[in-house]
Design a protein around this ligand. Structure first.
Ligand SMILES: *Cc1c(COP(=O)(O)O)cnc(C)c1O
Length: 223
């Protein structure tokens, strides 16, 4: 079941790459396994998936202990609280949801010296919703410059969770703006645009996404 869904999502990604003149293989599928058991991760892994995303540190650490023997790249995509940065810095390869200098600084300070730099993305609030976390587009350049110089993290790019829209053109709109903002920061050599979920995969890929984050469409719905 999971293997079949994985195959069909990968096909959809490859088709969108072709349709929007993206380089074949330039979009990475991040399998979002939050709330799902380690056995589901194993099923996807056996079908070839290597990148997994989690949103709750406690739950993720438990699964990581169970899956210690697997060659998994772990991405954290949930809200980052200060008291969780040490666990994230020690147990993840990526954190997509950094939205302040303070959090970035803590992740850099707490990254074990035995590990390579932690890959991070700054979360941008592209829909300007009061409730959602993330910095505004106008804050992006300044925060990027401050975060880029921290020693034990590597600023890779940006992450966004826009307000859900049904219409394709409306879905593209915030991504286009974000792509443009990141393009202006060329000197920082950012290579990652983490956006696109089940409902707006094509729009995200059309606008330059390099990581799409898919949960329910792969693992089934959550409670
Ligand atoms: C849960 C989650 C996803 C995946 O959402 P689905 O609707 O399950 O595909 C992607 N990104 C973030 C940040 C999430 O929290």
């Amino acid at each position: 079941m999971i293997a079949d869904r994985l195959k069909s999502i990968l096909t959809q990604i490859r088709l969108a790459e072709t349709a929007y003149n993206r380089k074949p293989g330039s979009v990475l599928l991040l399998a979002v396994s939050k709330t799902k058991p380690a056995a589901d991760i194993v099923a996807a892994y056996r079908a070839g998936q290597r990148h997994f995303g989690e949103s709750y540190s406690q739950e993720a650490l438990k699964k990581q202990r169970e899956l210690g023997a697997f060659d998994i790249t772990w991405h954290f995509i949930g809200p980052v609280q200060s008291n969780k940065t040490k666990a994230l810095a020690s147990h993840f390869d990526w954190v997509h949801s950094v939205d302040s200098l303070k959090i970035a600084q803590r992740l850099s300070d707490q990254r074990p010296s035995t590990h390579p730099p932690l890959n991070i993305c700054l979360q941008v609030n592209v829909s300007d919703e009061q409730s959602k976390s993330g910095i505004s587009l106008s804050e992006l350049p300044q925060l990027c410059e401050k975060v880029a110089v921290l020693p034990n993290i590597r600023l890779r790019g940006v992450m966004a969770i826009p307000m859900p829209e049904e219409n394709f053109e409306l879905q593209r709109h915030p991504y286009k703006a974000l792509y443009k903002a990141v393009s202006r920061l060329g000197y920082l050599r950012l290579d990652t645009l983490s956006f696109g979920m089940s409902g707006d995969l094509n729009a995200a890929i059309a606008e330059g996404s390099t990581i799409v984050r898919i949960g329910a469409a792969l693992f089934g719905g959550r409670e």
